[in-house]
Write a protein that binds this ligand. Structure first.
Ligand code: COA
Length: 333
């Protein structure tokens, strides 16, 4: 039997750390409000000359090294991003592959917003279990600061930039397997989170730009309520489907959008505090990069070991959501 395993994990965090106090100078907000409503204290922004593919390349390089693989060993590269280098083409995955020295291999992007990494796992697992590929590089990479309206305090304080990468490989060993991945979507709520301008619906023109429609807009309150309900149901479903009790999970690693969402879901599902991984305080919401960046943070702290059972869960624009249960397959640092 062929299984898929997460052979390595890595991340790249841009240099520039932006605190809530820095944002107080830009919009009418306060460290107190941001901390109380979101749990975020800092986030990192890429520099002007860095694009999402630059962040993806740096995370991808480390993921390859940690998997003990050469660029020529990679059969496919997939990037999840809502902040691609270019609106249409080329894909961020094509540029990232080239930067990494991976040529003449398939590469494509997916757009599932903050659920990006769960969708990537689902795709990689399916390709590997179908016997088509041996090693797939998956990357969540975001320069969300390029999509933020710094006159809108309700969104610009929430997000950060970064990239997280993993090599997903074929294995015969069930003790390091990705056990189950569940993905779903409902376009009924497509206007909860969106970048309304500069696509084919509202092509770029002076009015679009003057109205800031190229930036992220969010119905925060509605999104919050639906996120808590959907995430809790989704986690319950995947645990039940695999006959696993929350106490058997070493780490619950939810998408990092808001500490209040993470705490509410964690409590509804009876996870202990030390099971729940939180990085939103440091990185803000890095969308498709948030889950691999969070996995990488416990890996680099030497808390995550080969065979550990972890549960991932995400929710994002589209709307999209999903969860994954897996035994980590990476070697110690
Ligand atoms: N600083 C200070 N005040 C702010 C603010 C900011 N950065 N942003 C909003 N406010 C104000 C609002 O203007 C509003 O003021 P009013 O009552 O005078 O009108 C008040 O704070 C409450 O706004 P509200 O939007 O109801 O706050 P909230 O408690 O819902 O928190 C979010 C806002 C965005 C933090 C929260 O809704 C959220 O996290 N939503 C989901 C985010 C998410 O998960 N997104 C991505 C999914 S991947």
């Amino acid at each position: 039997m062929i299984y898929a395993t997460m052979r390595s994990i890595a991340s790249y965090i841009p240099q520039r750390c932006v605190s809530n106090f820095d944002l107080e100078k830009l919009v009418d907000t306060s460290d107190e409000w941001i901390t109380k409503r979101t749990g975020i204290k800092t986030r990192y922004f890429a520099s002007e000359n860095e694009a999402s593919s630059d962040l993806a390349t740096k995370a991808g390089e480390i993921a390859l090294k940690r998997a003990g693989l050469e660029p020529s060993d990679i059969d496919l590269v997939i990037v999840a991003t809502l902040s691609p280098d270019y609106v249409g083409m080329p894909s961020t995955a094509c540029i990232t592959s080239y930067n990494l020295g991976i040529e003449n291999k398939p590469a494509f992007d997916i757009t599932t917003a903050c659920t990006g990494f769960i969708y990537l796992l689902s795709i990689a697992k399916a390709y590997i279990q179908a016997g088509m590929y041996q090693n797939i590089l998956i990357i969540g990479a975001e320069k969300i600061s390029s999509l933020l309206d710094f006159t809108d305090r309700s969104t610009c304080v929430l997000f950060g930039d970064g990239a997280g990468a993993a090599v997903i490989s074929a294995t015969q060993d069930p003790n390091e397997a990705i056990l189950d991945v569940h993905i779903s979507a409902n376009g009924r709520y497509n206007d909860f989170l969106m970048t309304p301008g500069c696509g084919s619906r509202n092509p770029a023109n002076q009015h679009i730009i003057d109205s800031n429609l190229q930036f992220i807009q969010m119905k925060g309150n509605e999104t919050f309520k639906l996120a808590v309900k959907t995430l809790a149901q989704d986690v319950e479903h995947i645990l039940q489907h695999n006959a696993i009790h929350p106490s058997e999970i070493k780490f619950f690693i939810p998408h990092q959008a808001n500490l209040r969402i993470i705490s509410a879901v964690g409590e509804m599902l009876d996870f202990q505090k030390d099971q729940v991984v939180v990085t939103v305080d440091r990185f803000g919401n890095t969308s498709a990069a948030s889950i691999p960046m969070a996995i990488n943070s416990i890996y680099e702290e030497n808390k995550l070991h080969k065979g550990d059972l972890i549960l991932l869960d995400a929710f994002g624009g589209g709307l999209t959501w999903g969860s994954a249960l897996l035994r980590f397959g990476g070697n110690p640092l």
